[in-house]
Every structure is written in C-alpha cells, then in structure tokens.
Design a protein around this ligand. Structure first.
Ligand code: ZN
Length: 90
C-alpha cells in the first residue's frame, strides 16, 4: 500500500466515523454492486426517499434485485432503455 492509498483509506475511515463503520459501509456498497450486477432488467420503482422535494439525494430501489441507485443513475438507466426501445439498440 502506497502513501496515497493509505491517505485515502485514512480519509474514508475518518469520514465514516471509524474503521468498523467504514468496513460496514464498504460491505454494504459491495453487496449493492453484487445485487445490481446480478439483475437482468432493473425496475427502479421503489422510492426510498418519498416526499423529497428535489431530486438531489433521492434514492431508488430495484423491485427485482433490491439494488439501490441515486436519481441520476436511475434517470440514465431508464433513458438508455428508452433509447434501446426507440432506436432498436443501435
Ligand atoms: Zn435490479
């Protein structure tokens, strides 16, 4: 591990509130990625932040795999599906 990596790890541990907390968060991130990677066709229809007045900070959950994404990822994923449907995947 070089100095840059150690510094980045120290920073992550600091903002997470400790090493155990950072490890827990990283385990959750890895599990979310595993869920998202295993899904054939997402359906981000579950609003995890209902009532939020602006899109910033909104989170959505796939009803099929349980993976979670922010509003921007949901928007681009769904736009990609629309483009595939309208342009025949070209
Ligand atoms: Zn999914």
């Amino acid at each position: 591990m070089d100095q840059t990596t150690r510094t980045a790890n120290d920073f992550i541990i600091q903002i997470a509130g400790g090493k155990a907390q950072a490890e827990r968060i990283m385990a959750e991130v890895r599990e979310n990625i595993r869920k998202l990677d295993s899904c054939k066709l997402h359906d981000f229809s579950i609003d995890l932040t209902p009532g939020r007045p602006i899109s910033m900070g909104m989170k959505w959950k796939c009803s099929k795999c349980g993976g979670e994404v922010d509003c921007t990822k949901k928007k681009w994923y769904e736009l990609g599906l629309t483009h595939m449907a309208t342009e025949g995947g070209v």
